[in-house]
Design a protein around this ligand. Structure first.
Ligand code: ADP
Length: 480
Protein backbone atom coordinates (compact mmCIF):
# COMPACT_ATOMS: atom_id res chain seq x y z
CA UNK A 1 0.00 0.00 0.00
CA UNK A 2 2.73 2.41 1.02
CA UNK A 3 4.62 1.27 -2.03
CA UNK A 4 1.72 2.04 -4.34
CA UNK A 5 1.26 5.44 -2.79
CA UNK A 6 4.90 6.27 -3.23
CA UNK A 7 4.71 5.10 -6.80
CA UNK A 8 1.72 7.31 -7.62
CA UNK A 9 3.30 10.25 -5.86
CA UNK A 10 6.43 9.82 -7.90
CA UNK A 11 4.49 9.70 -11.11
CA UNK A 12 2.45 12.76 -10.23
CA UNK A 13 5.60 14.61 -9.23
CA UNK A 14 7.16 13.78 -12.61
CA UNK A 15 4.06 15.05 -14.45
CA UNK A 16 4.12 18.20 -12.40
CA UNK A 17 7.82 18.80 -13.06
CA UNK A 18 7.29 18.48 -16.79
CA UNK A 19 4.30 20.85 -16.72
CA UNK A 20 6.35 23.40 -14.82
CA UNK A 21 9.20 23.04 -17.25
CA UNK A 22 6.79 23.62 -20.15
CA UNK A 23 5.30 26.70 -18.51
CA UNK A 24 8.73 28.17 -17.86
CA UNK A 25 9.71 27.49 -21.47
CA UNK A 26 6.61 29.18 -22.86
CA UNK A 27 7.08 32.19 -20.57
CA UNK A 28 10.67 32.48 -21.79
CA UNK A 29 9.55 32.19 -25.41
CA UNK A 30 6.97 34.95 -24.94
CA UNK A 31 9.88 37.17 -23.84
CA UNK A 32 12.07 36.12 -26.76
CA UNK A 33 9.36 36.57 -29.37
CA UNK A 34 8.69 40.07 -28.04
CA UNK A 35 12.30 41.11 -28.34
CA UNK A 36 12.53 39.52 -31.78
CA UNK A 37 9.48 41.57 -32.72
CA UNK A 38 10.73 44.83 -31.27
CA UNK A 39 14.07 44.42 -32.98
CA UNK A 40 12.66 43.01 -36.22
CA UNK A 41 15.03 40.08 -35.72
CA UNK A 42 13.79 37.52 -38.23
CA UNK A 43 16.56 34.98 -37.44
CA UNK A 44 15.63 34.94 -33.77
CA UNK A 45 12.00 34.49 -34.76
CA UNK A 46 12.87 31.57 -37.05
CA UNK A 47 14.80 29.94 -34.20
CA UNK A 48 11.70 30.19 -32.03
CA UNK A 49 9.58 28.46 -34.64
CA UNK A 50 12.16 25.69 -34.90
CA UNK A 51 12.28 25.26 -31.11
CA UNK A 52 8.56 24.58 -30.91
CA UNK A 53 9.31 20.85 -31.00
CA UNK A 54 10.74 21.09 -27.46
CA UNK A 55 7.33 21.97 -26.10
CA UNK A 56 5.60 19.30 -28.17
CA UNK A 57 8.01 16.73 -26.79
CA UNK A 58 7.36 17.75 -23.20
CA UNK A 59 3.65 17.75 -23.88
CA UNK A 60 3.89 14.20 -25.18
CA UNK A 61 5.71 13.23 -21.98
CA UNK A 62 2.91 14.67 -19.86
CA UNK A 63 0.33 12.87 -21.94
CA UNK A 64 2.15 9.57 -21.60
CA UNK A 65 2.69 10.14 -17.88
CA UNK A 66 -1.04 10.77 -17.38
CA UNK A 67 -2.10 7.72 -19.33
CA UNK A 68 0.45 5.47 -17.62
CA UNK A 69 -0.77 6.71 -14.24
CA UNK A 70 -4.40 6.14 -15.13
CA UNK A 71 -3.84 2.69 -16.49
CA UNK A 72 -1.12 1.53 -14.14
CA UNK A 73 -2.19 3.05 -10.84
CA UNK A 74 -5.97 3.52 -11.05
CA UNK A 75 -5.79 6.73 -9.07
CA UNK A 76 -8.81 7.95 -7.14
CA UNK A 77 -9.70 11.12 -5.25
CA UNK A 78 -7.12 13.89 -5.28
CA UNK A 79 -4.66 11.99 -7.46
CA UNK A 80 -7.32 11.40 -10.09
CA UNK A 81 -8.30 15.06 -10.07
CA UNK A 82 -4.69 15.99 -10.46
CA UNK A 83 -4.28 13.77 -13.52
CA UNK A 84 -7.43 15.20 -15.13
CA UNK A 85 -6.28 18.74 -14.45
CA UNK A 86 -2.79 17.93 -15.72
CA UNK A 87 -4.20 16.76 -19.04
CA UNK A 88 -6.11 20.00 -19.48
CA UNK A 89 -3.22 22.17 -18.33
CA UNK A 90 -1.01 20.36 -20.78
CA UNK A 91 -3.29 21.30 -23.68
CA UNK A 92 -3.44 24.91 -22.61
CA UNK A 93 0.29 25.28 -22.27
CA UNK A 94 0.91 23.51 -25.54
CA UNK A 95 -1.49 25.88 -27.27
CA UNK A 96 0.30 28.85 -25.76
CA UNK A 97 3.46 27.38 -27.28
CA UNK A 98 1.74 27.22 -30.67
CA UNK A 99 0.72 30.84 -30.38
CA UNK A 100 4.33 31.86 -29.80
CA UNK A 101 5.36 30.05 -32.98
CA UNK A 102 2.61 31.66 -34.98
CA UNK A 103 3.52 35.10 -33.81
CA UNK A 104 7.18 34.37 -34.52
CA UNK A 105 6.14 33.59 -38.09
CA UNK A 106 4.48 36.99 -38.29
CA UNK A 107 7.61 38.85 -37.21
CA UNK A 108 9.02 38.82 -40.72
CA UNK A 109 5.99 40.65 -41.99
CA UNK A 110 6.22 43.28 -39.30
CA UNK A 111 9.64 44.38 -40.37
CA UNK A 112 9.50 47.96 -41.45
CA UNK A 113 6.59 48.69 -39.16
CA UNK A 114 7.55 51.65 -37.03
CA UNK A 115 5.09 51.87 -34.22
CA UNK A 116 5.71 54.85 -31.99
CA UNK A 117 7.30 54.57 -28.54
CA UNK A 118 3.94 54.23 -26.88
CA UNK A 119 3.09 51.13 -28.85
CA UNK A 120 6.54 49.67 -28.33
CA UNK A 121 6.28 50.35 -24.62
CA UNK A 122 2.84 48.74 -24.39
CA UNK A 123 4.07 45.74 -26.36
CA UNK A 124 6.91 45.25 -23.90
CA UNK A 125 4.53 45.63 -20.96
CA UNK A 126 2.00 43.18 -22.37
CA UNK A 127 4.78 40.69 -22.84
CA UNK A 128 6.03 41.15 -19.28
CA UNK A 129 2.49 40.81 -17.96
CA UNK A 130 1.82 37.66 -20.01
CA UNK A 131 5.00 36.15 -18.58
CA UNK A 132 4.00 37.07 -15.05
CA UNK A 133 0.64 35.39 -15.59
CA UNK A 134 2.21 32.18 -16.83
CA UNK A 135 4.69 32.13 -13.95
CA UNK A 136 1.98 32.87 -11.42
CA UNK A 137 -0.13 30.01 -12.78
CA UNK A 138 2.87 27.68 -12.54
CA UNK A 139 3.63 28.75 -9.00
CA UNK A 140 0.05 28.12 -7.92
CA UNK A 141 0.32 24.63 -9.38
CA UNK A 142 3.61 23.94 -7.66
CA UNK A 143 2.32 25.09 -4.28
CA UNK A 144 -1.30 23.95 -4.69
CA UNK A 145 -2.20 27.51 -3.78
CA UNK A 146 -5.80 28.38 -4.60
CA UNK A 147 -5.43 32.04 -3.74
CA UNK A 148 -2.48 32.46 -6.02
CA UNK A 149 -4.39 30.66 -8.77
CA UNK A 150 -7.32 33.04 -8.29
CA UNK A 151 -5.01 36.02 -8.53
CA UNK A 152 -4.20 35.02 -12.13
CA UNK A 153 -7.76 36.10 -12.94
CA UNK A 154 -7.29 39.53 -11.46
CA UNK A 155 -3.92 40.05 -13.06
CA UNK A 156 -5.39 39.11 -16.37
CA UNK A 157 -7.55 42.25 -16.13
CA UNK A 158 -4.34 44.29 -16.20
CA UNK A 159 -3.37 42.56 -19.43
CA UNK A 160 -6.82 43.27 -20.87
CA UNK A 161 -6.45 46.93 -20.01
CA UNK A 162 -2.98 47.09 -21.59
CA UNK A 163 -4.33 45.35 -24.66
CA UNK A 164 -7.10 47.94 -24.96
CA UNK A 165 -4.66 50.84 -24.73
CA UNK A 166 -2.33 49.15 -27.17
CA UNK A 167 -5.11 48.79 -29.73
CA UNK A 168 -6.02 52.46 -29.31
CA UNK A 169 -2.42 53.47 -30.00
CA UNK A 170 -2.16 51.24 -33.04
CA UNK A 171 -5.32 52.91 -34.36
CA UNK A 172 -3.94 56.38 -33.85
CA UNK A 173 -0.61 55.40 -35.47
CA UNK A 174 -2.54 54.07 -38.42
CA UNK A 175 -4.60 57.27 -38.60
CA UNK A 176 -1.52 59.43 -38.64
CA UNK A 177 -0.29 57.33 -41.55
CA UNK A 178 2.67 55.92 -39.60
CA UNK A 179 1.48 52.41 -40.40
CA UNK A 180 0.01 50.95 -43.51
CA UNK A 181 -3.22 48.95 -43.17
CA UNK A 182 -1.47 45.58 -43.37
CA UNK A 183 0.92 46.52 -40.63
CA UNK A 184 -1.78 47.88 -38.37
CA UNK A 185 -3.81 44.72 -38.84
CA UNK A 186 -0.76 42.62 -38.08
CA UNK A 187 -0.05 44.64 -34.96
CA UNK A 188 -3.64 44.28 -33.84
CA UNK A 189 -3.31 40.51 -34.12
CA UNK A 190 -0.06 40.63 -32.15
CA UNK A 191 -2.01 42.38 -29.39
CA UNK A 192 -4.60 39.62 -29.42
CA UNK A 193 -1.80 37.11 -29.00
CA UNK A 194 -0.85 38.47 -25.58
CA UNK A 195 -4.49 38.54 -24.60
CA UNK A 196 -4.78 34.87 -25.47
CA UNK A 197 -1.68 33.89 -23.54
CA UNK A 198 -3.41 35.55 -20.61
CA UNK A 199 -6.50 33.41 -21.21
CA UNK A 200 -4.43 30.26 -21.20
CA UNK A 201 -2.73 31.19 -17.95
CA UNK A 202 -6.17 31.87 -16.50
CA UNK A 203 -7.29 28.39 -17.54
CA UNK A 204 -4.29 26.89 -15.78
CA UNK A 205 -5.28 28.83 -12.67
CA UNK A 206 -8.81 27.50 -12.93
CA UNK A 207 -7.61 23.89 -13.20
CA UNK A 208 -5.36 24.33 -10.19
CA UNK A 209 -8.37 25.49 -8.25
CA UNK A 210 -10.33 22.46 -9.14
CA UNK A 211 -7.51 20.20 -8.09
CA UNK A 212 -7.69 21.92 -4.73
CA UNK A 213 -11.44 22.40 -4.32
CA UNK A 214 -12.40 19.17 -5.96
CA UNK A 215 -15.17 19.00 -8.49
CA UNK A 216 -16.63 15.77 -7.25
CA UNK A 217 -16.82 14.76 -3.60
CA UNK A 218 -14.06 12.31 -2.72
CA UNK A 219 -16.57 9.72 -1.55
CA UNK A 220 -18.36 9.72 -4.85
CA UNK A 221 -15.15 9.28 -6.79
CA UNK A 222 -14.16 6.39 -4.55
CA UNK A 223 -17.57 4.81 -4.98
CA UNK A 224 -17.46 4.98 -8.73
CA UNK A 225 -13.93 3.71 -8.76
CA UNK A 226 -15.05 0.75 -6.68
CA UNK A 227 -17.93 0.05 -9.04
CA UNK A 228 -15.52 0.05 -11.97
CA UNK A 229 -13.18 -2.31 -10.17
CA UNK A 230 -16.01 -4.65 -9.34
CA UNK A 231 -17.02 -4.61 -12.94
CA UNK A 232 -14.16 -7.00 -13.26
CA UNK A 233 -12.21 -7.76 -16.41
CA UNK A 234 -9.99 -5.46 -18.46
CA UNK A 235 -7.63 -4.56 -15.70
CA UNK A 236 -5.36 -2.35 -17.76
CA UNK A 237 -8.14 0.00 -18.78
CA UNK A 238 -9.63 0.35 -15.32
CA UNK A 239 -8.01 3.72 -14.74
CA UNK A 240 -9.53 5.01 -17.92
CA UNK A 241 -12.89 3.57 -17.01
CA UNK A 242 -12.73 5.41 -13.72
CA UNK A 243 -11.92 8.67 -15.34
CA UNK A 244 -14.67 8.15 -17.86
CA UNK A 245 -17.28 7.57 -15.24
CA UNK A 246 -16.08 10.48 -13.14
CA UNK A 247 -16.18 12.78 -16.07
CA UNK A 248 -19.44 11.77 -17.65
CA UNK A 249 -21.72 14.33 -16.00
CA UNK A 250 -19.25 17.08 -16.59
CA UNK A 251 -18.30 16.16 -20.10
CA UNK A 252 -21.23 17.57 -22.01
CA UNK A 253 -21.06 20.78 -20.05
CA UNK A 254 -17.35 21.09 -20.64
CA UNK A 255 -17.67 20.44 -24.35
CA UNK A 256 -20.37 23.07 -24.64
CA UNK A 257 -18.31 25.56 -22.65
CA UNK A 258 -15.15 24.89 -24.63
CA UNK A 259 -17.04 25.14 -27.86
CA UNK A 260 -18.60 28.48 -27.00
CA UNK A 261 -15.24 29.78 -25.83
CA UNK A 262 -13.65 28.62 -29.09
CA UNK A 263 -16.31 30.17 -31.26
CA UNK A 264 -16.02 33.45 -29.40
CA UNK A 265 -12.27 33.45 -29.86
CA UNK A 266 -12.53 32.59 -33.52
CA UNK A 267 -15.00 35.38 -34.17
CA UNK A 268 -13.29 37.92 -31.96
CA UNK A 269 -10.18 38.07 -34.14
CA UNK A 270 -11.84 39.01 -37.44
CA UNK A 271 -14.44 41.17 -35.72
CA UNK A 272 -11.69 42.99 -33.81
CA UNK A 273 -9.77 43.44 -37.05
CA UNK A 274 -12.92 44.77 -38.75
CA UNK A 275 -13.53 47.38 -36.11
CA UNK A 276 -9.90 48.46 -36.31
CA UNK A 277 -10.06 48.65 -40.08
CA UNK A 278 -13.33 50.55 -40.01
CA UNK A 279 -11.88 53.09 -37.61
CA UNK A 280 -8.77 53.48 -39.72
CA UNK A 281 -10.93 53.83 -42.81
CA UNK A 282 -12.89 56.64 -41.21
CA UNK A 283 -9.69 58.63 -40.78
CA UNK A 284 -8.24 57.92 -44.24
CA UNK A 285 -8.60 60.27 -47.18
CA UNK A 286 -6.20 58.78 -49.74
CA UNK A 287 -8.13 56.82 -52.37
CA UNK A 288 -5.54 54.06 -52.66
CA UNK A 289 -5.53 53.50 -48.90
CA UNK A 290 -9.31 53.47 -48.80
CA UNK A 291 -9.41 50.80 -51.48
CA UNK A 292 -6.86 48.68 -49.65
CA UNK A 293 -8.71 49.05 -46.37
CA UNK A 294 -12.03 48.20 -47.96
CA UNK A 295 -10.52 45.07 -49.49
CA UNK A 296 -9.17 44.00 -46.13
CA UNK A 297 -12.50 44.75 -44.52
CA UNK A 298 -14.28 42.59 -47.07
CA UNK A 299 -11.76 39.83 -46.51
CA UNK A 300 -12.41 39.81 -42.77
CA UNK A 301 -16.19 39.98 -43.30
CA UNK A 302 -15.95 36.94 -45.55
CA UNK A 303 -14.03 35.14 -42.83
CA UNK A 304 -16.78 35.77 -40.32
CA UNK A 305 -19.35 34.65 -42.90
CA UNK A 306 -17.42 31.44 -43.62
CA UNK A 307 -17.11 30.55 -39.95
CA UNK A 308 -20.83 31.10 -39.42
CA UNK A 309 -21.70 29.03 -42.51
CA UNK A 310 -19.58 26.14 -41.30
CA UNK A 311 -21.05 26.35 -37.81
CA UNK A 312 -24.55 26.23 -39.24
CA UNK A 313 -23.53 23.27 -41.38
CA UNK A 314 -22.30 21.41 -38.29
CA UNK A 315 -25.55 22.12 -36.48
CA UNK A 316 -27.51 20.88 -39.48
CA UNK A 317 -25.45 17.71 -39.58
CA UNK A 318 -26.22 17.10 -35.93
CA UNK A 319 -29.84 18.02 -35.92
CA UNK A 320 -31.42 17.18 -39.21
CA UNK A 321 -31.69 13.71 -40.64
CA UNK A 322 -29.46 12.11 -43.23
CA UNK A 323 -31.22 11.04 -46.40
CA UNK A 324 -30.62 7.50 -47.69
CA UNK A 325 -30.97 8.09 -51.44
CA UNK A 326 -29.30 5.96 -54.06
CA UNK A 327 -26.67 8.27 -55.60
CA UNK A 328 -24.44 8.07 -58.66
CA UNK A 329 -20.83 8.48 -57.56
CA UNK A 330 -19.81 10.18 -60.85
CA UNK A 331 -22.49 12.82 -60.25
CA UNK A 332 -21.17 13.50 -56.74
CA UNK A 333 -17.62 13.73 -58.03
CA UNK A 334 -18.65 16.16 -60.79
CA UNK A 335 -20.49 18.42 -58.36
CA UNK A 336 -17.58 18.53 -55.90
CA UNK A 337 -15.00 19.17 -58.62
CA UNK A 338 -17.16 22.00 -60.03
CA UNK A 339 -17.09 23.70 -56.66
CA UNK A 340 -13.30 23.75 -56.34
CA UNK A 341 -12.41 24.30 -59.99
CA UNK A 342 -12.13 28.08 -59.80
CA UNK A 343 -9.94 27.95 -56.69
CA UNK A 344 -7.73 25.29 -58.26
CA UNK A 345 -7.31 27.34 -61.42
CA UNK A 346 -6.48 30.44 -59.40
CA UNK A 347 -3.75 28.44 -57.64
CA UNK A 348 -2.64 26.79 -60.91
CA UNK A 349 -3.32 23.36 -59.48
CA UNK A 350 -4.41 20.52 -61.66
CA UNK A 351 -7.19 18.40 -60.15
CA UNK A 352 -7.27 14.97 -61.76
CA UNK A 353 -9.99 12.40 -61.25
CA UNK A 354 -8.77 8.83 -61.57
CA UNK A 355 -11.19 6.34 -63.00
CA UNK A 356 -14.65 6.67 -61.57
CA UNK A 357 -16.23 3.31 -62.37
CA UNK A 358 -19.39 4.19 -64.21
CA UNK A 359 -22.62 3.15 -62.57
CA UNK A 360 -20.97 3.06 -59.14
CA UNK A 361 -23.52 4.10 -56.54
CA UNK A 362 -23.59 4.99 -52.86
CA UNK A 363 -26.50 5.26 -50.53
CA UNK A 364 -26.74 8.50 -48.63
CA UNK A 365 -27.35 12.21 -48.51
CA UNK A 366 -26.18 13.99 -51.67
CA UNK A 367 -25.70 17.40 -50.11
CA UNK A 368 -23.67 15.99 -47.22
CA UNK A 369 -21.42 13.79 -49.32
CA UNK A 370 -20.76 16.52 -51.87
CA UNK A 371 -19.91 18.89 -49.04
CA UNK A 372 -17.48 16.43 -47.44
CA UNK A 373 -15.73 15.71 -50.71
CA UNK A 374 -15.59 19.41 -51.56
CA UNK A 375 -13.98 20.15 -48.19
CA UNK A 376 -11.28 17.54 -48.80
CA UNK A 377 -10.58 18.83 -52.32
CA UNK A 378 -10.62 22.42 -51.11
CA UNK A 379 -8.03 21.63 -48.42
CA UNK A 380 -5.86 19.70 -50.88
CA UNK A 381 -5.78 22.76 -53.13
CA UNK A 382 -5.26 25.27 -50.33
CA UNK A 383 -2.41 23.37 -48.68
CA UNK A 384 -0.57 22.74 -51.97
CA UNK A 385 1.79 25.00 -53.84
CA UNK A 386 1.10 26.38 -57.23
CA UNK A 387 1.90 23.86 -60.00
CA UNK A 388 1.32 20.80 -57.82
CA UNK A 389 -1.26 18.16 -58.53
CA UNK A 390 -4.32 16.95 -56.64
CA UNK A 391 -5.87 13.59 -57.43
CA UNK A 392 -9.20 12.10 -56.57
CA UNK A 393 -9.23 8.32 -56.63
CA UNK A 394 -12.57 6.56 -56.50
CA UNK A 395 -12.64 2.84 -55.83
CA UNK A 396 -15.28 0.29 -55.02
CA UNK A 397 -14.25 -1.54 -51.84
CA UNK A 398 -15.57 -4.71 -50.34
CA UNK A 399 -18.37 -3.12 -48.41
CA UNK A 400 -18.84 0.21 -50.12
CA UNK A 401 -17.01 3.02 -51.85
CA UNK A 402 -13.76 4.74 -51.06
CA UNK A 403 -12.96 8.30 -52.14
CA UNK A 404 -9.34 9.36 -51.71
CA UNK A 405 -8.09 12.91 -52.16
CA UNK A 406 -4.32 13.02 -52.51
CA UNK A 407 -2.08 16.05 -52.71
CA UNK A 408 1.63 16.79 -52.98
CA UNK A 409 1.47 19.72 -50.60
CA UNK A 410 3.03 20.59 -47.28
CA UNK A 411 1.75 17.53 -45.39
CA UNK A 412 0.90 17.18 -41.71
CA UNK A 413 3.29 16.23 -38.87
CA UNK A 414 2.57 12.78 -37.44
CA UNK A 415 1.77 14.06 -33.96
CA UNK A 416 -1.03 16.24 -35.35
CA UNK A 417 -2.69 13.67 -37.58
CA UNK A 418 -5.33 12.63 -35.09
CA UNK A 419 -6.18 16.16 -34.10
CA UNK A 420 -6.91 17.74 -37.48
CA UNK A 421 -10.49 16.46 -37.31
CA UNK A 422 -11.18 18.41 -34.12
CA UNK A 423 -13.19 21.57 -34.40
CA UNK A 424 -11.02 24.63 -34.86
CA UNK A 425 -7.80 22.64 -34.71
CA UNK A 426 -5.20 23.87 -37.17
CA UNK A 427 -1.63 22.72 -37.59
CA UNK A 428 -0.59 26.19 -38.59
CA UNK A 429 -3.08 28.82 -37.56
CA UNK A 430 -1.47 31.60 -39.54
CA UNK A 431 -1.40 29.54 -42.74
CA UNK A 432 -5.01 28.44 -42.29
CA UNK A 433 -6.05 32.06 -41.85
CA UNK A 434 -4.04 33.12 -44.89
CA UNK A 435 -5.69 30.53 -47.06
CA UNK A 436 -9.15 31.39 -45.74
CA UNK A 437 -9.72 28.31 -43.57
CA UNK A 438 -12.26 28.16 -40.78
CA UNK A 439 -10.81 25.17 -38.91
CA UNK A 440 -14.13 23.37 -39.25
CA UNK A 441 -13.80 21.71 -42.67
CA UNK A 442 -12.51 18.35 -41.46
CA UNK A 443 -14.88 18.28 -38.48
CA UNK A 444 -17.67 18.49 -41.06
CA UNK A 445 -16.12 15.66 -43.10
CA UNK A 446 -15.90 13.43 -40.03
CA UNK A 447 -19.49 14.17 -39.16
CA UNK A 448 -20.70 13.30 -42.64
CA UNK A 449 -18.75 10.03 -42.50
CA UNK A 450 -20.33 9.19 -39.13
CA UNK A 451 -23.82 10.05 -40.34
CA UNK A 452 -23.31 7.51 -43.11
CA UNK A 453 -21.85 4.81 -40.89
CA UNK A 454 -18.53 5.34 -42.65
CA UNK A 455 -15.14 6.73 -41.68
CA UNK A 456 -12.45 9.11 -42.77
CA UNK A 457 -8.72 8.58 -42.33
CA UNK A 458 -5.58 10.44 -43.20
CA UNK A 459 -2.04 9.54 -44.14
CA UNK A 460 0.54 12.22 -44.54
CA UNK A 461 4.24 13.00 -44.61
CA UNK A 462 5.47 16.53 -44.05
CA UNK A 463 6.94 17.87 -47.26
CA UNK A 464 5.49 15.07 -49.38
CA UNK A 465 1.74 15.51 -49.18
CA UNK A 466 -1.42 14.13 -47.64
CA UNK A 467 -4.04 11.65 -48.53
CA UNK A 468 -7.53 11.71 -47.03
CA UNK A 469 -9.84 8.75 -47.59
CA UNK A 470 -13.57 8.86 -47.07
CA UNK A 471 -15.13 5.42 -46.90
CA UNK A 472 -18.87 5.07 -47.27
CA UNK A 473 -20.35 1.65 -46.58
CA UNK A 474 -22.83 0.12 -48.93
CA UNK A 475 -25.50 0.06 -46.24
CA UNK A 476 -25.59 3.87 -46.03
CA UNK A 477 -27.13 5.82 -43.20
CA UNK A 478 -29.86 4.37 -41.07
CA UNK A 479 -33.10 5.68 -42.48
CA UNK A 480 -34.44 8.54 -40.40
P1 ADP B 1 -9.01 24.76 -42.18
O1 ADP B 1 -10.24 25.50 -42.52
O2 ADP B 1 -8.10 25.48 -41.24
O3 ADP B 1 -8.32 24.25 -43.38
P2 ADP B 1 -9.82 22.03 -41.64
O4 ADP B 1 -10.69 21.48 -40.56
O5 ADP B 1 -10.28 21.84 -43.02
O6 ADP B 1 -9.59 23.55 -41.30
O7 ADP B 1 -8.39 21.39 -41.46
C1 ADP B 1 -7.77 21.43 -40.19
C2 ADP B 1 -6.26 21.58 -40.33
O8 ADP B 1 -5.73 20.38 -40.92
C3 ADP B 1 -5.84 22.70 -41.27
O9 ADP B 1 -5.75 23.94 -40.61
C4 ADP B 1 -4.48 22.21 -41.74
O10 ADP B 1 -3.50 22.54 -40.78
C5 ADP B 1 -4.63 20.70 -41.77
N1 ADP B 1 -4.93 20.19 -43.12
C6 ADP B 1 -6.14 19.83 -43.60
N2 ADP B 1 -6.04 19.35 -44.86
C7 ADP B 1 -4.74 19.41 -45.19
C8 ADP B 1 -3.97 19.04 -46.35
N3 ADP B 1 -4.55 18.52 -47.43
N4 ADP B 1 -2.63 19.24 -46.30
C9 ADP B 1 -2.03 19.76 -45.20
N5 ADP B 1 -2.69 20.12 -44.08
C10 ADP B 1 -4.02 19.95 -44.06
Amino acid sequence: MTDTRTHIDERLAAIERTLLEMTALVAERVGSVTSAMLEGDVDAADALVAADDDIDLLSLQVEEGCIDTLVGEQPTGGALRFVVAAMHINTDIERSGDLVSNIAKAVGRLQGAHPDDNVRDLLARMSAQAQVLLRRAAESLRNRDAELAASVDELDDVLDELHYRYTQHVISDARRGDLDPQQSLQLALVGRFYERIGDHAENVGERVRYVIDGWLPEAQVAERAKACLEDGDMRPSRGLAVIDSVAEDRRVDAIRRDFIANVSHELKTPVGAMSLLAETLAGTTEDADRTRLTDLLQHEAKRVGDIIDDLLELTRLEETGTAADMLQVDDIVRRAIDKVQALAEAHRIDVAVEGVPSALTVQGDRRQIVRALTNLLDNAVRYSDSGQRVSLIVEPIEDGTSLTVRDEGEGIPRAELERVFERFYRVDRARSRETGGTGLGLAIVRHVAQNHGGKVRVESKPGEGSSFTLQLPVTGPEAV
